[in-house]
Design a protein around this ligand. Structure first.
Ligand code: PLP
Length: 382
């Protein structure tokens, strides 16, 4: 079904985000059905979208929470996620953030360096607790995605590189207040070449054997997130191919008896249910280019400016099949990167037309800024 904005929102002041909670529920149903046969534990990465109505649905569907800040840990708990289903990742966790997560007794810290482990050990001792940790390894697997959102290569700041792992494990033996329970890897985002997850699985298999040779048998494996979505054709593929995704791990990851496998998905859960709605302020024709200047910009949706990413754009005010022209669709912000798309074919577009910028549910509203002293666009749900 092509996208339609519910009638009650058509006269709403723009810009605003609209979330289709039915599509979110359908996505969650497909996800949990695909995860069930292999008994995968799915954690939702809050950083993709942390709005409470969305978190409530995700929590109801039985997912855990993957957090990358103290604020997200607090939000997850506020939204009703049980602390025993919360994991906390991030390359730079502050003492205050770790203390908050320790006090809540979250399930697991995904730790990324020896200095971090030392601080965590001290803070846990001070609280009279033992922190469960998974070591985030950098498996040096190419995710074949945009360089700005790849995280699993040696050149990235994330994780512990494999040559350093032996040293980290030795250090762990001297930290009595942290308990090693697992391995964690997250190699990138918007991954559409799913064989990447087979390569990741094989790396983890080797690592596990290596760890077992050193006397460490780990009850948990966390393979991160990164499953991509179809930004080009959101109506053809509103729900990601979760079956093939989990199938990769079922086929290639050698699970030890009783071992639990965790995944952390953000984008794949929420991207397609969110749309940014904006009206055309002006159509400006210059010698070479026809610009559609919108009332939304990079302050509402930063992904195109940040990563040059593509979002499908539709003019909802013109009937389908109208003759089309090429427009550069831009925002009002004083930055040249404030551009949603170049040479986009749209029906002849005029002032006040309502445009839908699709697939904006993940890494959209959460990255909104007040640059140029702009107000925050509201979120509407149905
Ligand atoms: C961002 C992130 C995720 C989620 O990534 P998606 O590509 O949105 O699925 C999962 N785990 C960690 C550690 C992350 O930083």
């Amino acid at each position: 079904m092509p996208f339609q904005l519910p009638a009650e929102f058509r006269d709403q002041p723009t810009p605003f985000y609209y979330y289709d909670l039915d599509l979110l529920d359908q996505t969650l149903a497909a996800l949990t059905a695909a995860a069930r046969p292999g008994n995968f534990q799915v954690h939702y990465a809050l950083k993709a979208n942390s709005n409470l109505p969305i978190l409530a649905r995700i929590n109801q569907a039985g997912l855990g929470a993957d957090c990358v800040s103290g604020g997200e840990v607090a939000r997850a708990l506020e939204a009703g996620f049980g602390a025993e289903h919360v994991v906390f990742a991030g390359v730079g966790k502050s003492d205050a953030e770790m203390n908050l997560a320790l006090a809540a007794d979250i399930f697991c810290f995904n730790a990324e360096s020896v200095p971090e482990l030392r601080v965590l050990d001290e803070l846990a001792r001070a609280q009279g607790r033992r922190a469960r940790v998974a070591l985030r390894v950098n498996p040096n697997v190419d995710a074949y995605t945009h360089p700005h959102i790849t995280t699993g290569l040696d050149a990235n700041k994330f994780g512990i590189s494999l040559p350093d792992l032996a040293g980290v494990i030795d250090q762990l033996d001297q930290l009595p207040n942290v308990e090693l329970i697992g391995l964690h890897a997250h190699i990138g985002s918007q991954i559409t070449e799913l064989s990447v997850f087979a390569a990741l699985s094989r790396k983890l298999n080797d690592l596990q054997t290596w760890l077992e040779d050193r006397g460490h048998r780990l009850p948990h494996l966390n393979v991160g997130g990164g499953l991509g979505i179809d930004y080009e054709q959101p109506d053809q593929h509103p729900i990601p191919d979760f079956r093939t995704y989990f199938g990769m791990f079922e086929q290639h990851l050698v699970r030890r008896p009783g071992q639990q496998v965790h995944v952390e998905l953000g984008r794949a859960v929420v991207a397609q249910c969110g749309t940014l709605l904006s009206r055309v302020l002006y159509v400006k024709e210059s010698q070479h280019t026809r610009f559609a200047i919108l009332d939304a910009g990079m302050t509402e949706l930063m992904r195109p400016a940040l990563y040059g990413s593509h979002h499908h754009i539709q003019n909802l005010s013109r009937p389908a099949g109208s003759p089309e022209q090429a427009y550069d669709v831009v925002g009002p912000i004083c930055e040249s990167t404030d551009t949603f798309g170049r040479a986009r074919l749209l029906p002849e577009t005029s002032r006040h037309d309502l445009l839908a910028i699709r697939s904006a549910g993940a890494y959209g509203e959460v990255m909104a800024s007040g640059y140029n002293l702009r107000g925050k666009a509201p979120a509407l749900y149905r």
